[in-house]
Design a binder for this molecule. Structure first.
Ligand code: ADP
Ligand code: MG
Length: 240
């Protein structure tokens, strides 16, 4: 569904990603793990067009999207829930969600779906249902994270990119976020999940990639990576 080949990207003259290749099959949950500064966020930014790749190929369902404007990439079915959960603070929860569906309204999808999708999001995220008229800026960190995820899902994306959804959350909320990711996986949402909690990410994922200094250092079925001595020592803590 998402195929990345030899992607090179960075900021100005600074190269961060050096020919990275990865693949996310339809219905799969793939995780990208790696230390701080490895280039995980940069990868997602390059995929969603927030930064322009220098070279390489990015395809969704076979169609090339590398170099397209980000709103066109969104329309091709790639949704990005960015690092730091950017929601519109002075809009209500519900208006944030409707905004999430906005791009697809200009595309091929019928408008009638929005109501049904709102209902689906409220079912998936009951906390958001309780707070649908509350201004997003007044939500807790965990609730804002859920809103950012739900807003991205309102696009009905072919692929959902999630950048550290657990970042800065209390342990209980981290658990909740992972349980939502599991539910999305059960619902066959195709996802690329970037996570600092490598152990938890490998627990829910089908397949994993390890990014080191902008290069893919290891990859494989999540189960295998979880038991790989080098991965364990570097990312899971040797004692696990
Ligand atoms: N906006 C930016 N401008 C310049 N360099 C950046 C910018 N954002 C990130 N970087 C650099 O790119 C590298 C990878 O960062 P990032 O992709 O955020 O890593 P990760 O998400 O894996 O922690 C780091 O060296 C970081 O300093
Ligand atoms: Mg990051």
């Amino acid at each position: 569904m998402l195929t990345v080949e030899k992607l090179v990207a960075g900021y100005g003259k600074v190269r961060v990603l050096h020919e990275i290749s990865l693949d996310v099959q339809e219905g799969q949950l793939v995780t990208l793990i790696g230390s701080n500064g490895a280039g995980k966020t940069t990868t997602l930014r390059a995929l969603s067009g927030m930064i322009k790749p220098e070279s390489g190929s990015i395809r969704i369902g076979g169609a090339e999207i590398a170099g397209l404007e980000s709103h066109l990439i969104t329309r091709r079915g790639l949704a990005h829930s960015p690092e730091g959960r950017r929601v519109f603070p002075v809009l209500s929860v519900e208006d944030n969600l409707v905004m999430g569906a906005f791009t697809r309204l200009t595309g091929s999808r019928p408008k009638g779906d929005v109501k049904a999708d709102l209902a689906r999001m409220y079912e998936l995220f009951p906390r958001l249902a309780e707070r649908r008229l509350q201004l997003a800026g007044t939500l807790s960190g965990g609730e804002q994270q859920m809103l950012a995820m739900a807003r991205a899902l309102m696009l009905n994306p072919k692929v959902l990119l999630l950048d550290e959804p657990s970042m800065g959350l209390a342990p209980k909320l981290v658990e909740e976020v992972f349980s939502i990711v599991s539910r999305l996986k059960a619902a066959k949402v195709t996802m690329l999940l970037v996570e600092q909690f490598a152990a938890a990410a490998l627990e829910v994922a089908d397949f994993g990639y390890v990014l080191e200094n902008g290069r893919i250092a290891a990859s494989g079925p999540a189960e295998r990576l979880k038991n790989d001595p080098a991965v364990r020592a570097a990312y899971l803590g040797a004692a696990h």
